[in-house]
Design a protein around this ligand. Structure first.
Ligand code: FAD
Ligand code: AMP
Length: 479
C-alpha cells in the first residue's frame, strides 16, 4: 500500500527544503525525499548549497580573506602581527563543522514543521506515484496530489580533463584540498572558478585560470567586469581569456594541461587542476517512462513561468529548471509553487534576481546592464559613485570599486544596479528592494541612509543619476 501525501518534494536542496517547510506551514501533508550522503556517510539535507556549494565556499573565502587581511593589510591599520600562518586542516574542519550545523539545522526544521522525510532515491512514475529506494535498500511507494521536483544540478565534466582522486578535481574536490597547491590551474572563469581560485590564491597558490571565451564575466556590467579583472590580476590571478582546454595528461603528481588560444596550442603544468566549467541539471534515474514530465533540449525540466511541468500537478524548481543556477532563485520558486498549491497567488519576479560573486572585491548586480539596454535601444541615465569617495570605505581601508545605478531616461525608474567593492553582496539587497518596489532613482535619493556606511554609496550613485551626488563632481549638462 502506498503512503498518501498532499505534496511530495523530491530533493532537499535550498529549492526543495524551502518548498517542504512552507508546504507544511500551510497545513499540507508534506513528504520530502533526498538521497544525499555526506562525506562521513550520513544522509543529509541542504543539497549542493549547504554541502558542497554556497556555504562551504564562503567559509573558505572568509578564512582566506582574513588571512590576506592579516598578512597584507593589518600593517596599514597599525596592527603589527608576526608569524601569521594558515592551518589548512583547521580551516577545512571549521568549514565542515558549519556544513554539519546547517544540514542538521535543516533536518531539525523539517521535523519541527512536520515534514515527513525519506532518505533515498526517488523515481517518478505515471499517476504521481513516487518510488523511493531507501539507503537500506527497502523500497517505499508514495503518492501525492502534487509533486515538486527539486533535484538540482551537478558539475559539468569535460572529456579532455577526466577527474582523478587528487589532481584533477571539480568544485567539490576543491573544497577539500589538504594543502595549498604550489601551482593551481582552474578551467572556467565563471563565478565558481573565480571564487575557488581566489581561496587558494590567497593562501599562496600561483593560480592560472583558463577561459574559453574572449570576454571576462560577459554577464556582468562591462565596467564592473573590467574592474574585477584588474583587481584579480593585481592580486596575482593569471586569467587567460580565449584559452580553450583540449586535453590533459597526468605526469606523476602533476598534470599537463593542453589548451589552444589565438596563438596556437600551448601546455601548462599544474600541481592541481579545478574543472569549473559550469553545472548541468540533474535528472538521472528520476523519471520513469510515462511520468509525463518533459525535458528541454538542454536537459532542464521544461516548465512555464509558474514552474508547472508538462504533467498536471507536477512542478519543478531550482537548478533543474531554466534560469540562473542560484540558491535564492530556487528558494523563491519553491515557495511560490507550494503557496500556489495552497491557493495563494504569488509570482517570482525574475527581473529582480540578484547575482553575487564573492571574490574580493565582491561583485553584485540586479537588473539590466548598460550593454543589454543599449542593445535593446533603451534610453537611460547612469549615476556612478566610487568607493574611494566613501568615508566608511576609507575607514575600513577598502576603497576599491564603485556603485552604478541605471535609470530610465524618461521615467527615472531603476533598471539596474551594479556594484563592485567590499561587502557589496550585502548592499545589493537594498537595490533589489528598491527595484521590487519599482523605485525611481529619485526615490532612493530621497531616502535617508545612515552615515557613515557603505550603503551611502548607493544613495550617492542614485543621486548621481540626476547629477546631484554630494561627494563627487557630477554636474550634468542642462538638456
Ligand atoms: P541542489 O542544491 O543541487 O539540491 C538538489 C537535491 O536533490 C540534492 O540534495 C540531491 O541529493 C537531491 N536529489 C537529486 N535527485 C534525487 C532523486 N532522484 N531522489 C532524491 N533526491 C534527489 N548559489 C548561490 O546562490 N550563491 C552562492 O554563493 C553559490 N555558491 C556556490 C558555490 C559552489 C562551489 C557551487 C557548486 C554552487 C554554488 N551555488 C551558489 C549554486 C547553488 O548551490 C545552487 O544554485 C543550489 O544549490 C540549487 O538548489 P537546488 O535545491 O535546486 O538543488
Ligand atoms: P559558469 O558556467 O558561469 O560556471 O562558467 C564556466 C566557464 O567555463 C564558462 O565561462 C565557459 O566558457 C568555460 N569553459 C567551458 N569549457 C571550457 C574549456 N574546455 N576550456 C576553457 N574554458 C571552458
Amino acid at each position: 500500500m502506498s503512503k498518501k501525501f498532499d505534496v511530495i518534494i523530491i530533493g532537499a536542496g535550498p529549492a526543495g527544503y524551502h518548498a517542504a517547510i512552507r508546504s507544511a506551514q500551510l497545513g499540507l501533508n508534506t513528504a520530502c525525499i533526498d538521497k544525499w550522503i555526506s562525506k562521513e556517510g550520513k544522509p543529509v539535507y541542504g543539497g549542493t548549497c549547504l554541502n558542497v556549494g554556497c556555504i562551504p565556499s564562503k567559509a573558505l573565502l572568509d578564512t582566506s580573506h582574513k588571512y590576506i587581511e592579516a598578512t597584507e593589510n593589518f600593517d596599514v591599520l597599525g596592527i603589527k602581527v608576526k608569524g601569521v600562518s594558515v592551518d589548512i586542516e583547521a580551516m577545512i574542519a571549521r568549514k565542515d563543522q558549519i556544513v554539519e550545523n546547517l544540514t542538521k539545522g535543516v533536518a531539525g526544521l523539517m521535523k519541527a514543521n512536520g515534514v515527513t522525510t525519506f532518505d533515498g532515491a526517488a523515481k517518478l512514475h505515471a499517476g504521481r506515484v513516487v518510488e523511493v529506494t531507501l539507503h537500506d535498500g527497502k523500497v517505499e511507494s508514495l503518492e501525492a496530489d502534487n509533486i515538486v521536483i527539486a533535484t538540482g544540478s551537478v558539475p559539468v565534466a569535460i572529456p579532455p580533463c577526466p577527474l582523478t582522486d587528487d589532481i584533477i578535481v571539480d568544485s567539490t574536490g576543491a573544497l577539500d584540498f589538504k594543502s595549498v597547491p604550489k601551482k593551481l590551474g582552474v578551467i572556467g572563469a565563471g563565478v565558481i572558478g573565480l571564487e575557488l581560485g581566489s581561496v587558494w590564491m590567497r593562501l599562496g597558490a600561483e593560480v592560472v585560470v583558463l577561459e574559453a571565451l574572449e570576454d571576462f564575466l560577459p554577464m556582468a556590467d562591462k565596467q564592473v567586469a573590467k574592474e574585477a579583472a584588474k583587481q584579480l590580476k593585481k592580486q596575482g590571478m593569471d586569467v587567460r581569456l580565449g584559452a580553450r582546454v583540449t586535453g590533459s595528461k597526468i605526469k606523476g603528481k602533476k598534470v599537463n594541461v593542453i589548451y589552444s588560444d589565438g596563438e596556437g596550442e600551448k601546455t601548462e603544468t599544474f600541481d592541481r587542476l579545478i574543472v569549473a566549467v559550469g553545472r548541468r541539471p540533474y535528472t538521472e534515474g528520476l523519471l520513469a517512462a510515462g511520468s509525463g514530465v518533459n525535458l528541454d533540449e538542454r536537459g532542464f525540466i521544461h516548465v512555464n513561468d509558474l514552474c508547472a511541468t508538462s504533467a498536471p500537478s507536477i512542478y519543478a524548481v531550482g537548478d533543474v529548471v531554466r534560469g540562473p543556477m542560484l540558491a535564492h532563485k530556487g528558494m523563491e520558486e519553491g515557495l511560490m509553487v507550494v503557496e500556489r498549491i495552497a491557493g495563494q497567488k504569488p509570482l517570482v519576479n525574475y527581473d529582480c534576481v540578484p547575482s553575487v560573486i564573492y571574490t574580493h572585491p565582491e561583485v553584485a548586480w540586479v537588473g539590466k546592464t548598460e550593454q543589454e539596454l543599449k542593445a535593446a535601444g533603451d534610453k537611460f541615465n547612469v549615476g556612478t559613485f566610487p568607493m574611494a569617495a566613501s568615508g566608511r570605505a576609507m575607514a575600513a581601508n577598502d576603497t576599491t570599486g564603485f556603485i552604478k545605478v541605471i535609470a530610465d531616461e524618461e521615467t527615472d525608474r531603476i533598471l539596474g544596479v551594479h556594484m563592485i567593492g567590499g561587502h557589496v553582496s550585502e548592499l545589493i539587497a537594498e537595490a533589489v528592494i528598491a527595484m521590487e518596489f519599482e523605485s525611481s532613482a529619485e526615490d532612493l535619493g530621497l531616502t535617508m541612509f545612515a552615515h557613515p556606511t557603505l550603503s551611502e554609496g548607493l544613495h550617492e550613485a542614485a543621486l548621481a543619476v540626476s547629477g546631484h551626488a554630494i561627494h563627487i563632481a557630477n554636474r550634468r549638462k542642462k538638456k
